[in-house]
Ligand binder design. Sequence first.
Ligand code: FDA
Length: 299
Amino acid sequence: MALLDRAIVRLLPAVPKPVVQRLSSRYIAGPTLDDAVRVVRRLNAKGKLATVDVLGEDVTNADEARAIAGQYHDVLARIDDEGLDANISLKLTGLGLELDDDLCRENLEAVVADAAARGNFVRIDMEDSSTTDRTLQLYRRLHAEGHDNLGVVLQAYMRRTQSDLPGLDNVRLCKGIYIEPPELAFREFEAVRASFVRSLEALVAQGSYVGIATHDEQLIQESLRIVRDAGLDRERYEFQMLLGVRPDRADELVAGGHRLRVYVPYGSHWYEYSVRRLQENPKMAGQVASDIVGRVFGR
Ligand code: FDA
């Protein structure tokens, strides 16, 4: 990332919220479930699958956590009613992980059971390193209890990932987005890429279903090579991308015969997710600058 972009990444928390909201609108379906459904329908029409995320993390009380779980039940019902090709992605902190383990487990179990009854699937996103152990434990526990419509996420930047992957049978692999100390996570760009490739090879070798979540062209190419060399049929893996990022590349993967799932976040708690996406956008500095200039001069 260029120097100016890095400087703006650091300044982002000071950028006015309306600017952040406008700049990040391409990454978010909108505030309501209707918005998410509209976007999923559009994606499905282009041969793309979706995973719907209700925005909301770091809830402060049990009612908020139950409300988020309730929204996921609504999402599952709408997917079912409208025959959409979509599953759901959720964050355990949104279901109450930082408040009470039992509350979080109950919320998760209910959502997973609802999804199973509807023939659907739940992906547990991976958050920062303070949650990794608890997330994997809860996943393994539910899985051991017979819930098999459930998958997790591993982050290639984490040094521990190689030792976490044995026994996981449905994994989304991504680079990882949270700021972690160097003793826990690789910092160098090439080290993260190398870990991604190593982890994908290991997951494929152990027969896991893999969601290959990256927009990095070099990793897309490496991943295509790995699935081809392993002779995986298209039901054993999928590519995954974020809404608003490299949609044309996603179209090409679909045209090439690969399954491709788009992460579709919606809801009113858009701020934290938006900042993370803007921090990753290589053209962000220019966009932030031109947006502010546009506002000052009243476009
Ligand atoms: P990289 O950041 O190097 O981007 C490669 C290229 O993609 C860039 O050069 C640019 O062209 C384009 N690009 C990437 N981000 C962009 C943006 N915001 N705007 C415009 N262009 C952009 N992380 C995590 O810690 N836990 C999780 O559970 C998940 N879940 C998840 C699901 C899905 C479906 C995806 C695709 C990603 C995640 N992530 C995640 C985020 C992931 O860890 C990572 O931060 C981003 O995917 C960016 O990494 P890339 O591999 O795309 O590489």
